[in-house]
Design a protein around this ligand. Sequence first.
Ligand code: GLU
Length: 430
Amino acid sequence: MSAMNPIHPVLSYLDPARPEPWSSFLEQIDRVAPHLGGLSHWIETLKRPKRILVVDVPIVRDDGSVAHFEGYRVQHNLSRGPGKGGVRFHPDVSLSEVMALAGWMTIKNAALGLPFGGAKGGVRVAPRSLSRAELERVTRRYTSEIGIVIGPDKDIPAPDVGSDQQVMAWMMDTYSVNVGHTASGVVTGKPVALGGSLGRQEATGRGVYIAAREAGDRAGVPIQGARVAVQGFGNVGSVAARIFSEHGAVIVAVQDAEATLFNPAGIDVAAAMAHTASQGSLAGFAGAEPIADDEFWHVECDYLVPAALEGQLTARRAEGLRARIVVEGANGPTLPEADDILRRRGILVVPDVLANAGGVTVSYFEWVQDFSSFFWSEDEINARLESVMVKAFAAIWTLAEERSLPLRTAAFIIACQRVLAAREQRGLYP
Ligand code: GLU
């Protein structure tokens, strides 16, 4: 990409020097194809996103200058229902990344049995480099630009890395103003006052914990007393760490973009969360020792929870890992070659499409509540989340056992069967 012309990240999709998340997704699809019987006839469906929208997002900055950002919305597959998936605001967002994230949403939603297709959006922007007013302008302009493809029964965005409840509130308001009526079901992860769901904010971290517990029960690694290392201390990693420690686990290491911290006696998660809330990162937190970033991957632990970005668990890191179970809070944290190494080394991987599905599961509950304008209690939501996750986990575990497959392959088989059966039954138009 030329420094003279920085606004061509679409081309980064073609940059061979960058690790390509979409290539990882394609490889995962190739790995599942031989297990799909006659439905593999339709496999090409999953290797081509149904619809890709690339938009220019221009805003007037606070200093009066004009800035342009590139935005995307990818609808990977809509065979089983409207598109569903978050919106990422991050300086490294690329088309390849959004395509992969949309593909993983297709698999995740189908694996959990949620009546959605898969979609994802993103803006290539560092949200923390913007003022609040600039962030609002980026969000509103992006929402307007993708307004032609989103809607409560078309495609429903939600938070992801770099976006939050407030961003969802602006998205809901912008879409509603544009269509002329309040359409609360156009996004999920909204503030409760605007039709958001109780329990949504914690749901991804809670789901990570449930998936870990289910895996630990079967693999003989109890949560009580377990040593846990968490990469990423945002909405997923911090909540998962808190719930793990509430159940007697010891958080021995945490890492965010600015710091890696170690404390074999256990990190006080509430104190670390208070520190990040006031300081913006883990850097400077006194309740643990700073260690070198790469040391994170050598920390001896029972559960390792990558809850940051994709592509973190490389082959080299997989060789050195001293964990018993990897629970993927992030989307796509483990590269396919690292998956093979972990399998060979007997390290169990609970894949993203299962482990981090708690968020979109409660997003589904939110969408249903918005449609019916009837809202549930937090206990009811958490109980339903528990039952959806436990059921999906059991089905995936059983298939993996029966066929001696990794959990990821089993999850992909169940999901692809559902998506491709819908494809086949709907038939091709014309
Ligand atoms: N961004 C989250 C994910 O990757 C949530 C998506 C949603 O709730 O639609 O699963």
